[in-house]
Design a protein around this ligand. Structure first.
Ligand SMILES: [Ca+2]
Length: 493
């Protein structure tokens, strides 16, 4: 209670960690520092002030599928609760729109070409310093529950403790909460909790959502099967949102107000023009931060931030020197309300996913425009959506193909899914779903040349060779729509 009252009423001593020994809590920051002067403990004001850090990572959740970002048909009450208590990022982006390269970039602060995790399921190189080491150097205990890195890559990252990192190991969240409640360490804590929701396979029913009530996005094809799957996707989002609320409540109860809490998703959902693409529904991600007494509650920011910025931001909040040798840059100034801007360009990259997706692309995004370069427009675009045997994608994609035989809109959507122009340019102010490619429009020639040059320069600076990591599928291949053979005894993800 004393900690709570101090936090609310005494700004100079408000940042007292709840888990510090009772004496420290009772005497506050200045008292603890004064006490340290009479002991051998090398305690400083910075030591006492450091916040606990809790990051809740969701999996394949599209930004627009939340009430916080304007959805009217999927309910995310816990995201809304965080939004009311903290700062909502309207322009947060991942580095790459599939699980492994996205998480590899977050946990190294380096873009995929520089850390080595380019295609899905690949890992950053062993010699690269990873996020836990930076925070451990600041005195933190750094712990991961669930899918934080790409499943069982977790062991490579040097967490002090980790558990439940296998495919849809859905007890991870309750295990994290139990671990947190039993924790007795006086160290500041950096806790990463990763849910596998709303990653497929989605729940078998809509769990309250019905097919006739969902809204089908304008860049999709409206069929009965699509609606059924969309209701099931919403059910998965509901599970994710419930888990978010549970972790948030546990963090508040155990760690107290001196806790920086952030939630975000590793990229957009497994729907066409989402995951595995550089369209907004692939790379633009939900992000909400809560930090009582530091962040103004119920606010939003347009500052453009990237997942590579999370590592230096957390190190900055932990009191450490933000590393300069990585691609990421701390946006702690945005969090503290010192600035409303961070990046003026967001670069993203996608390299592929086994034999399901071989379609490398790069993009640069300004506040208003998106330029996408498809490195091999002659390749045939496929993903788990159209190739997987499960009903997560194949069932509804077959219904799109069937409708395409008689419906021009469906035919255009399916054609655009498989084959794209070498260059795409979109005016996001009027075309948020990136439906009208302006790359060939003469009035946009100068803008196209500028953004093309920026991607050239960025790829060169990154040492990005634009590799293709698997045997491509071509539109002329007889087996272009045949799923790859699954490795014996291995479950696809
Ligand atoms: Ca993912």
């Amino acid at each position: 209670m004393l900690t709570f009252l101090c936090a609310m009423q005494c700004p100079r001593i408000r940042r007292v960690p709840a888990r510090l020994p009772a004496l420290w809590r009772a005497i506050g920051v200045r008292g603890a520092v004064a006490l340290a002067a009479f002991t051998m403990a090398p305690l400083t004001a910075a030591d006492v002030a450091r916040p606990n850090l809790v990051v809740f990572v969701t999996d394949d959740h599209s930004r627009l599928d939340s009430t916080v970002y304007g959805s009217t048909d999927v309910k995310t009450p816990n995201m809304e609760r965080l939004a009311k208590a903290g700062l909502v990022f309207d322009r947060a982006f991942v580095a790459s729109p599939s699980c492994a390269p996205s998480r590899g970039a977050m946990l190294t602060g380096l873009m995929p070409a520089r850390n080595g995790a380019e295609p899905n399921h690949s890992k950053p190189r062993a010699e690269i310093r990873k996020l836990p080491a930076y925070l451990q150097a600041q005195g933190y205990e750094v712990v991961a529950f669930g899918k934080v890195s790409h499943y069982q890559h977790t062991v490579d990252y040097g967490f002090d403790h980790f558990a439940h990192d296998t495919f849809h190991d859905d007890v991870a969240v309750s295990a994290a909460i139990a671990w947190l409640k039993a924790r007795r360490s006086a160290k500041p804590l950096a806790l990463f909790v990763g849910t596998n929701w709303p990653h497929v396979p989605w729940p078998q029913t809509g769990e309250g959502y019905t097919a006739d009530a969902v809204r089908v996005p304008v860049n999709h094809v409206d069929t009965a099967v699509t609606r059924e799957m969309r209701a099931r996707y919403y059910a998965a989002i509901g599970r994710m949102d419930t888990e978010l609320g549970e972790v948030y409540d546990a963090a508040n109860a155990v760690l107290g107000l001196n806790t920086f809490f952030l939630t975000t998703s590793d990229h957009g959902a497994q729907w066409p023009f989402g995951k595995w693409t550089l369209y907004e529904n692939g790379i633009r991600t939900p992000m909400i931060a809560v930090w009582p007494g530091h962040l103004k509650a119920g606010t939003r920011t347009d500052a453009m931030v990237s997942w590579i910025d999370l590592l230096p931001t957390l190190v900055d909040l932990a009191g450490g020197p933000a590393p300069r040798e990585i691609d990421g840059r701390s946006f702690a100034g945005v969090l503290r309300g010192e600035t409303t801007q961070h990046r003026d360009r967001i670069f993203t990259t996608h390299s592929g996913d086994g034999r399901y997706n071989i379609y490398p692309s790069r993009s640069v995004r300004t506040t208003d425009w998106k330029y996408i370069r498809n490195l091999h427009p002659e390749y045939y675009f496929t993903t788990h959506v159209d190739l997987a045997r499960s009903d997560d994608g194949a069932a509804y994609f077959r219904s799109w193909e069937q409708k395409a035989k008689t419906d021009p809109h469906a035919a255009a959507v399916v054609a655009r899914y498989h084959q794209r122009a070498a260059e795409e340019l979109y005016d996001l102010r009027v075309d948020p779903f990136e439906l009208k490619n302006l790359a060939a429009e003469p009035p946009q020639a100068a803008r196209l040349a500028m953004l093309r040059g920026e991607v050239d320069a960025w790829m060169k600076a990154q040492g990005d060779e634009g590799k293709t990591f698997n045997v491509p599928r071509l539109p002329t291949d007889a087996d272009r729509d045949r799923p790859p053979a699954a490795p014996a005894g291995k479950k696809k993800k």
